[in-house]
Design a protein around this ligand. Structure first.
Ligand code: MSP
Length: 529
């Protein structure tokens, strides 16, 4: 069986998880579910990045030990993902022994190999980002990532010899043009960082102690990026007694990260792997940011949106659909409450929900609830619908295989729109009146069959909705729900009886009220200083 290993970044548990972290997790979950559906043995990893100065500070403020604090946050993260229907196979925490022990070994190995050496570091340090920046990297003297003040700091530190690997990395980029996606991000890394020559990376700190201690020099703590990045292999049991998952799943097929951390994943991570003589992930995909009309989300602006606001009121699936449909591949997107309500009302209620409801009502009215048998193309409309649908399925699949999920959804929605149009074209109420039984049966069949296909295609994105559709259509058997039956038009609806009275998938929203609701919730995020 072919395997597929997919990861999200491990999130900092320094505050409540917002819609940005939810997006990465939902995207990875969707791709993982698609791969499972396609028959891959899939492993999906997410987790938390629990070390570092910032976490130590947040815990101290709450009068908790860092461990106590991160334990609580890990419970919160797990509960959130569970509630959202995320089906991760593992959850790694960097404070777990399965991780810390291996990081110690890796560090030791790099020292022995001479890839890590002791020196002194002086630089502009951004505490929240836990990153040093050179003078040229600063923007108006401030952190280029978060825009906050930096501190000039100096410390004895260990360095990783990045320069040694620069040429190999460059060659790897050339030989594997799809390694970093999208292309524009790859070019940024090449032109801004790799080609001008890499700086060696400082991999320890003595300025804080909430982290993994260097075995042979314990006043040093392993700096977060070496600690954090290795999670993707420690979680598989690399360098531990049972490394069967590592052997099976490494290298990763897809690692998803936000654009702010592509630098670490596109440069340091491959170099660490080269230094360990391990193969590199097949693809690293960097998505953009969810922005607000007035710029970045921030508590001080009171414009942060938390996943619970949308999922608790509108359901998991509407929330997921919105994010996956709105986010263009590799670029930023602007969140707007109006946009959310529009997508909900038009795409989910009108297009999808009505198609299911109308179809079920008609199968009940015209055929006693039984989906008629397939009799080929009774009319040109049937033929057109079939051809169009099969073409769209190909387009959907091409996009899914390249992980361009927003386009896959657009292609899928065209099937929904086209099937709605088919109802208008064929006017089943007229066929019934004129007693054109054969044509009417064929329309009922094609509606049910297209809905079956839509339920299969929607499954990776909106599992609850997909299962709900199958159930309402009366498609009980697993074998009639499988992706492998997607292109068939003849044999999956034998003797199927639809539900007697359809249950609406989504209830139409009042635009004004809901926009107000979302805005009110967002303004509650204002930090009280
Ligand atoms: N702990 C590191 C990652 C280590 S991976 C070895 C980290 N954590 S984070 O919690 O700050 O960010 C996690 C992810 O959330 C990143 O991929 C980041 O890009 C993403 N997002 C944070 N804000 C976001 C938006 N507003 N929109 C979309 N994604 C955003 O970095």
């Amino acid at each position: 069986m072919e395997k597929f290993y997919i990861t999200t970044p491990i999130y900092y548990p320094s505050g409540r998880f917002h819609i940005g972290t939810a997006y990465t997790t939902i995207l990875a979950d969707t791709i993982a579910r698609y791969k499972k559906q396609r028959g891959y043995e899939t492993r999906f990893l997410t987790g938390l990045d629990e070390h570092g100065q910032k976490i130590g500070e947040v815990a101290a403020k709450l009068e908790k030990s860092p461990q106590e604090y991160v334990d609580g946050m890990a419970e919160q993260a797990k509960a959130l993902w569970k509630k959202l229907g995320i089906e991760n196979d593992d959850f790694i925490r960097t404070t777990e022994e399965r991780h810390t022990k291996v990081v110690e070994k890796i560090f030791d190995y790099f020292m022995e190999k001479g890839d890590i050496y002791k020196g002194e570091y002086e630089g502009n340090y951004c505490v929240p980002c836990e990153t040093y920046f050179t003078n040229t990297q600063l923007v108006d003297g401030k952190c280029p990532d978060c825009g906050r003040e930096v501190k000039l700091m100096r410390e004895e530190a260990y360095f990783f010899n990045m320069k040694k690997y620069t040429d190999r990395l460059l060659k790897y980029y050339e030989e594997n043009p799809n390694f970093i996606q999208p292309e524009s991000r790859k070019n940024e890394l090449l032109n801004n960082f790799i080609k001008p020559g890499l700086e060696d990376l400082c991999v320890t700190r003595t300025t804080f102690d909430w982290g993994i201690k260097v075995l042979k020099d314990p006043k040093h703590v392993v700096y977060v990026w070496l600690d954090a990045l290795t999670n993707y292999i420690t979680a598989l049991g690399y360098m531990s007694e049972d490394d069967s998952n590592f052997k099976k799943f490494w290298p990763a097929d897809l690692q998803i990260v936000g654009k702010d951390i592509i630098r670490f994943h596109g440069i340091y991570w491959p170099i660490f792997l080269m230094a360990l003589d391990l193969p590199l992930p097949k693809e690293i995909y960097s998505h953009g940011f969810i922005m607000m009309k007035d710029g970045k989300m921030s508590k001080s602006k009171g414009n942060v949106i938390y996943p619970e606001t949308l999922m608790d009121r509108y359901g998991n699936d509407a929330f997921k659909y919105f994010l996956l449909r709105e986010f263009p591949y590799g670029q930023d997107t602007v969140f707007s409450p109006e946009g959310f309500v529009e997508r909900f009302n038009y795409d989910l209620c009108n297009d999808l929900g009505n198609l299911l409801n109308r179809s079920i009502a008609m199968v009940n009215k015209y055929n006693g609830g039984i989906i008629p048998e397939y009799k080929g193309h009774v009319t040109e409309f049937d033929k057109d619908l079939e051809e169009f649908t099969l073409e769209q399925i190909d387009k959907y699949e091409k996009n899914m295989d390249k992980y361009v999920v927003n386009n896959a959804l657009t292609e899928l929605w065209q099937i929904i729109t086209r099937t709605n149009k088919y109802i208008d074209e064929t006017a089943p109420w007229v066929l019934a009146k004129e007693e054109k039984k054969e044509e009417l049966d064929s329309v009922m069949y094609h509606l049910a069959e297209n809905l079956r296909k839509i339920a299969i295609l929607i499954y990776p994105f909106m599992k609850e909705t997909s299962l709900n559709m199958f159930n309402q259509l009366g498609i009980i058997n697993e074998e009639n729900r499988g992706y492998d039956t997607l292109r068939e038009y003849d044999k999956n609806l034998n003797n199927v009886k639809v539900i007697e009275k359809g249950i609406p998938l989504f209830q139409r929203l009042n635009m004004e009220e809901e926009v107000q609701y979302i805005r009110d919730e967002m303004s509650k995020s204002t930090s009280k200083k």
